[in-house]
Write a protein that binds this ligand. Structure first.
Ligand code: CUV
Ligand code: SF4
Length: 648
């Protein structure tokens, strides 16, 4: 069992991994063993199958592909394709939400409405849409069309880039990488990486940054804005996390994937009186709905729906034997779920026409009467409750309390209060060195490392160093499972300065900002800090750093690239597949003779296998930023904690 202990950190996962052995169910952790000898060409990024004269692989003996492409070209091409795929995933998610907004505005999307008119009006005004004396729906329609144009614009640069600090926009302008239409950026990526087009690794990588910017300041940013309009802007709320949120006597439905639209409607469906009645009649005491991955984060942020777990717990959740149904949409949904589900009574239901799996029941939730479709799904899960085999049920007891729901608006409000909501108190705390800096921790968990460990070790170390931590995605779920998303537990770890500030304004030292498209909320928060004043004029000069600790998805590469192009250094806990080209690798990591990407954007990638080493380097980078801003105080300031204050 020691072996299992080296794979997962939390007790619930360990218990389910043990149960998987007893139940003879294969999981990703077993398959990772079978895949252990990864292809060395793949790891280095030097395999090219862009044309069918190949596949070509670069070795010392064969340094060029048949067409003459060298390692630099091949590695850079592969990297750009990854960025294009990651950008597509997040931005297409954004597109689906805009289409939903459009259909709501046209009165075609039953069951959905505009929940946050304030955000709608703010954004409409931002882009010069007339708001006086107009119905909310026609304003929404104009905004939806404007956002759709961000995807198709051929020559005009993205309007949403204007959300970035002026100085940063200037840097993009000077480099000629202000993206136009998101779709066009992705198509151009595919074009440039096809046989015989772009062979200059730097030119390819520059387009990777351009494409990523169209995601971070375009598609993903729009996704967050539109989900706030449609589903409401999150504000702090309590919930809980880990497999212990499942209950023995209720119908358990898990929602998994990324897009919030379907899960939003499911949360409505489960609370309908006739559905509750239906569950009672089936002998259940009620219905528990809980989430996996980023769909979980979306509905947690707005409704307090509990988190069952993160990415690598999707199969483990089924192994509890207590899940009637897992409803999936898009992204990070393992096809391996089907095999696990077969061993129990669990049914996997896919809901999106673009994402199907053989063995899953497909029940599309379309535009016409989605609530009825959602109720059908829930009823089916209830019917399945009767098939649950009690002898196979074992729900881990582990469940941790958490606080989530920190949209930028909510943070502003907590910092400044209702009448003067502002980032001022945070800026002041940073300037006075009570808060040393800010770090965003994002990203997945991966079978390449013991789950959650890097995230939790690093988070703890940063808190001790008085660094405010912003989290999203599966990384936030790692902290939640470790019990760190409650103010009380995190405050115990936090250094005295950070603790003092958090207690004074009533925020926890780890703020859960949402799903992985919500990484753009981190950029939004950083921009607010700039605009508030006193900490420079560009994201690049902030004492702030980003971390993709246990990342595995192409989406994380795109995210990393838009942060770096925005001037924020990114730390990776898993390396890129770029080591096959010293030129590409050194450029991205800022280690080539002329400073690489750091010369272009003032930030680069850093790979650290050890989270404590990463923390050290992060501290140095933040310290250098503080020096640059001239806010490093020489004299030690007396810090007051609660005890000192009470003594006064
Ligand atoms: Ni989009 S991308 S494993 S669910 S954060 Fe989770 Fe988040 Fe990574 Fe996937
Ligand atoms: Fe080989 Fe060149 Fe074709 Fe790639 S594009 S497979 S390197 S011939």
């Amino acid at each position: 069992m020691d072996n299992l202990h080296s794979k997962v950190s939390d007790n619930a996962s360990l218990e389910m991994l043990e149960k998987s052995k007893a139940d003879c169910v294969e999981t990703c952790f077993d398959r990772a063993e079978h895949q252990k000898t990864h292809c060395s060409f793949g790891l280095k990024g030097v395999c090219c199958r862009v044309c069918h004269m190949g596949p070509c692989r670069i070795t010392v003996k064969a340094p060029k592909g048949i067409c003459g492409a060298d390692a630099d070209t091949i590695v850079a091409r592969n990297f750009l394709r990854e960025v294009a795929a990651g950008t597509s995933a997040h931005s297409d998610h954004g597109r689906h939400l805009i289409l939903k907004l459009k259909h709501v505005a046209e009165g075609k999307a039953e069951g959905f409405a505009i929940k946050d008119e304030k955000v709608l009006l703010l954004n409409a005004r931002r882009y010069g849409i007339e708001t006086e004396n107009r119905g909310i729906n026609s304003i929404a329609l104009d905004l939806a069309n404007l956002f759709l144009n961000e995807f198709s614009s051929q020559e005009e640069t993205l309007k949403t880039l204007e959300l970035a600090p002026k100085k940063r926009q200037g840097i993009w302008e000077a480099k000629g990488i202000k993206p136009c239409g998101i779709d066009r950026m992705v198509v151009e990526s595919m074009h440039r990486t096809s046989i015989g087009v772009d062979h200059d690794y730097k030119n390819l990588l520059m387009h990777a940054f351009r494409t990523a910017l169209s995601n971070g300041w375009g598609g993903s940013r729009i996704a967050s804005i539109v989900s706030d309009i449609l589903f409401g802007t999150p504000s702090p709320l309590k919930s809980s996390a880990n497999l212990g949120v499942l209950k023995e006597d209720t119908v358990n439905i898990l929602i998994h994937g990324h897009e919030p639209a379907i899960s939003e409607i499911l949360t409505v469906a489960v609370s309908a009186p006739e559905i509750k009645e239906y569950a009672k009649n089936a002998g259940a005491s009620g219905i528990t709905i809980a989430g996996i991955c980023c769909t979980a984060n979306e509905v947690l942020m707005r409704h307090g729906v509990p988190l069952a777990g993160n990415m690598l717990q999707q199969e483990l959740a089924i192994i509890t034997g207590a899940v009637e149904m897992m409803v999936v949409d898009v992204q990070c949904v393992m096809p391996g779920l089907i095999d696990a589900a077969k061993e129990y009574h669990t049914e996997i239901v896919s809901t999106t026409d673009m994402a199907k799996t053989i063995g899953a029941k497909h029940m599309a939730v379309g535009e016409v009467n989605p609530l009825a479709a959602a109720k059908e799904i829930v009823k089916r899960a209830i019917d399945n409750f009767k098939k649950r085999d009690k002898s196979k049920v074992k729900i881990p007891a582990d469940k941790e309390e958490l606080v989530a729901g920190f949209s930028v608006d909510a943070i502003k409000y907590m910092l400044g209060g209702k009448y003067r909501a502002s980032f001022r108190p945070l800026n002041d705390a940073i300037i006075q060195n009570r808060i040393f800096g800010v770090v965003g921790i994002a990203g997945c968990t991966s079978t390449k490392r013991r789950t959650d460990e890097y995230i939790n070790v690093l988070t703890e170390e940063l808190l001790k160093r008085n660094i405010l931590v912003l989290q999203t995605g599966c990384a936030a779920i790692s902290s939640a499972k470790a019990g760190r998303l409650t103010p009380e537990t995190a405050l115990k770890i936090a250094g005295p300065g950070l603790r003092e500030v958090c207690e004074a304004v009533g925020i926890p030292p780890i703020l859960h900002l949402g799903s992985c498209v919500d990484n753009t909320r981190i950029l939004e928060a950083a921009t607010e800090i700039i605009n508030e004043g006193g900490l420079g004029e560009d994201l690049g000069t902030l004492p702030a750093v980003g971390v993709a600790a246990e990342w595995m998805s192409e989406k994380a590469i795109s995210i990393g690239c838009y942060f770096v192009a925005s001037g924020v250094d990114i730390f990776l806990g898993n390396p890129f597949y770029t080591s096959g080209s010293a030129n590409v690798h050194n450029y991205l990591h800022g280690t080539d003779a002329d400073g690489g990407v750091t010369k272009d954007f003032g930030a680069c990638f850093h790979y650290y296998d050890d989270p404590l080493e990463a923390a050290k380097r992060i501290t140095e980078i933040i310290n250098a930023a503080r020096e640059g801003l001239g806010i490093n105080r020489k004299e030690e300031r007396k810090l007051f904690d609660m005890k000192d204050r009470r003594a006064i």
